[in-house]
Design a protein around this ligand. Structure first.
Ligand SMILES: [Zn+2]
Length: 255
């Protein structure tokens, strides 16, 4: 049985370095990654990139976050167009997994309308209970599109064979999750924003406090990712441009 993994860049963002690594200066242009997984029993997308509104209006579409980001997001970089490059019709995707519900991870959810949507229970609660302080960092227009929702509470084995499974990596947000994919060339972990950059884990260099929901949980999640790495897993960092430059893009498979 073979599981194929494809990486897709769904635009780029330029953002302040301190938001990625506290105490640094300047800006960094970062990729917005999404992934497609073909399993014998079905298809999975991990993170859906940014919304079409962001593609059309740029940073203006980000509301209160406008001041922090420059958006580089061209037509045909949206998730549905990226999937077409691997001959996959976005409307036929079986499962959509959201690492978390920030705009650059679930803004393309509307483009994958018929998938069952897997999100951690506490992420959904944080993002959907409007009016709380934490809910301000989420925009329901990104993610709330009536998908058949699976609220995972911790680990979630998508196909029941351990080959594609969500693991809780809370901390960046209340219910962040990562995905382990068992490929023919070994396990690969799609970290999402549990680990922005290679340096985040190699130097335990956390982002600015303002973008870390719970530092203790985030450190524990990084330790878990590190132990997976020490056990032979390859980590795919959330937004590392140097690392990303060497990752084959769809239609070429990563593994
Ligand atoms: Zn992100």
């Amino acid at each position: 049985m073979s599981v194929r993994l494809y990486a897709m860049t769904c635009g780029w963002l330029t953002m302040p370095m301190p938001m990625l690594m506290h105490g640094t200066e300047g800006k960094l242009k970062i990729p917005v990654p999404a992934y497609f997984i073909r399993h014998p029993k079905g298809t999975v997308v991990f993170d859906s990139g940014m919304s079409m509104k962001v593609q059309q209006q740029g940073a203006k579409a980000l509301g209160a976050l406008e001041a922090y980001f420059d958006v580089h997001y061209e037509p045909n970089e949206e998730i549905s167009a990226r999937l077409a490059e691997v001959d996959m019709d976005a409307s036929k995707i079986d499962f959509l997994v959201s690492s978390h519900l920030h705009f650059d991870h679930c803004g393309g959810n509307a483009l994958i309308p018929n998938a069952r949507w897997i999100v951690q229970k506490n992420e959904w609660a944080a993002a959907s209970n409007r009016g709380t302080p934490v809910s301000k960092q989420y925009n329901p227009a990104d993610f709330d599109h009536g998908h058949d929702r699976i609220e995972a509470d911790g680990e979630y084995d998508i196909f029941g064979d351990q080959s594609v499974r969500c693991i809780p990596t809370h901390g960046h947000t209340p219910g962040h999750q990562s995905l382990i994919v068992e490929t023919g060339s070994g396990p690969i972990v799609l970290c999402g924003d549990a680990c922005y950059l290679r340096k985040t884990i190699e130097e335990m260099w956390l982002p600015a406090r303002s973008v870390v929901h719970d530092e203790t949980l985030m450190r524990a999640s990084l330790e878990r990712l590190k132990s997976l790495q020490q056990g032979g897993a390859r980590l795919m960092y959330g937004h590392d441009p140097e690392f990303w430059a060497d990752i084959p893009q769809a239609p070429i498979a990563v593994a």
